[in-house]
Ligand binder design. Structure first.
Ligand code: PHE
Length: 460
């Protein structure tokens, strides 16, 4: 079967950036930054990206592009029959797994876009936003409708193929996302009292930085750059031989970090404008679907056109960010099924979509009719979320760095990142050093931290 490539370098960067920019940029990064030392946290985050993120991203790119294969096939080709081939399979499994709960939230962002546009939030007392969200999420039908619509859109893009589906949609959606981000940022920073919000986000406070904060920054950098599984490897399998891997990785990281910081510029001026305590806005779903609809409504004038527009654009932005990430997750599984089982793209995508429909339904219903069903002491949604974030991603990241630092042939590595000697790679030795020593140890610590091992032995 003829394998497609991305048609342009810009398309390749935008697709990979689309994977990276997602819910994590908006519903986690800004609040983590504000609470953990502002600019001090941002500096640590950027160091994590340079020291760990870039080397692993470049390795994942290289593994994908060199083998021109889905992630499971890529590691199989490079592992020469050794058990390292399991790293690729783990990456495929992880992507599949994340997509199940990620799509549920993708559906919520669509629903909230429509609620905002319909001016449903006007005149709602602050304490009722929680009831609105809980009422929606626990409803047996409504979230499923949005989940299926969200999955339907992903399926449509994936079946169109690499160039006319993934690349074309990234070329449309990433500039849209960028423009909306800029518009929302400008509106938000012009609010009275905005400077207090910016101060909360940016004022460096090194006293807040401890080992826990550093681990948090590493974990966030990892999730945000879509590392540790099969996304970047799969996308890179569609890069052509001339794509500069190092430069592409730097561009993707820059775009991802820029959007994450701008998300803070969008959120905190409004929070301070209405005199809310930023430590009470919550994180994740409660921040996004309970605190922020209220915050935006009151910061821009309850029921005003500006409030409607701002809120609608904000949820649309989240929807676009979630969609481009979800597409990349679906592609990991689709490329795997299609290539490993020699099926047509249509059939491969349909199988993946069906599984996501079933497992996504379980995740969605775990806020309502299935809330009492527990797996490992968690409802389905939290089980998928926690297991992928706390176990699968750090484990995958650690194995990928060890594999690329210790197992992959050095000459092959150098040859690939320099595009056969065409590009200068003065950073090569540092990169290998990080992959061999720094990354596995650092990610190992994040792993132990997330599993609560430090608390258990009284170190935190
Ligand atoms: N990077 C995405 C985000 O920030 C999430 C994601 C993780 C997407 C892993 C793909 C793979 O939300």
């Amino acid at each position: 079967m003829e394998r497609e490539n991305f048609a342009s370098k810009v398309g390749a960067i935008l697709a990979a950036a689309g994977s990276a920019v997602g819910l994590g940029n908006v519903w986690r990064f800004p609040i983590e930054t504000g609470q953990n030392g502002g600019a001090a946290f941002i500096i640590i985050y950027i160091i994590c990206i340079i020291v760990l993120g870039l080397p692993i991203m470049i390795s994942e790119f290289l593994i994908g592009r060199y083998t021109h294969s889905n992630t499971a096939g890529a590691y199989r080709i490079l592992s020469d029959g050794s058990p390292w081939k399991w790293v690729g399979r783990l990456g495929v499994f992880t992507g599949w797994f994340i997509l199940c709960y990620y799509s549920v939230v993708g559906g919520w962002t669509m629903h909230y876009t429509f609620l905002s546009a319909d001016n449903v939030f006007s005149g709602v007392p602050a304490k009722e936003f929680g009831d609105i969200f809980d009422g929606f999420a626990s409803n047996p039908w409504k979230p499923l409708f949005w989940l299926y619509l969200f999955i339907g859109i992903i399926h449509f893009v994936i079946t169109k193929g690499v160039q006319s589906g993934i690349e074309k949609s990234a070329k449309l959606m990433m500039p849209t996302l960028f423009i909306i981000t800029v518009v929302l940022t400008v509106c938000s920073v012009s609010l009275p009292g905005a400077s207090k919000g910016l101060e909360f986000l940016l004022k460096p406070d090194w006293s807040k930085v401890d080992s826990g904060v550093i681990l948090q920054a590493m974990g966030q950098a990892f999730f945000s750059l879509s590392l540790g599984m099969g996304c970047l490897c799969t996308y890179a399998s569609y890069f052509d031989k001339k794509t500069p891997l190092g430069k592409t990785a730097v561009n993707v990281s820059l775009i991802d970090t820029f959007i994450a910081i701008m998300a803070g510029f969008i959120i905190f001026p409004s929070v301070f404008n209405i005199g809310m305590n930023p430590n009470e806005v919550g994180v994740g779903a409660s921040l996004t679907f309970i605190s922020l609809p209220n915050v935006f409504q009151h910061a821009f004038g309850d029921g005003s056109i500006l409030a409607i527009l701002f809120s609608t654009l904000f949820y649309f932005l989240l929807f676009v960010a979630a969609l481009t990430s979800a597409i990349s997750l679906h592609e990991v599984a689709t490329a795997y099924v299609t290539e490993e089982f020699k099926l047509s793209r249509k059939k491969g995508a349909a199988i993946v979509t069906l599984t996501i429909l079933v497992l996504g339904t379980l995740c969605s219903l775990s806020f309502g009719p299935l809330s009492d069903v527990k797996v490992f002491d968690r409802n389905f949604f939290s089980m998928f979320d926690d297991f992928s974030g706390m176990v699968l991603l750090p484990l995958g990241g650690m194995l990928i760095s060890i594999f690329s630092g210790w197992v992959l042939d050095r000459q092959l590595y150098r040859n690939e990142i320099s595009n056969g000697g065409d590009l200068r790679t003065p950073y090569f030795k540092l990169l290998i050093f990080s992959l061999r020593y720094i990354a596995p140890i650092a990610i190992g610590l994040v792993f132990l931290g997330q599993l609560g091992v430090f608390e258990l032995i009284g170190m935190q």
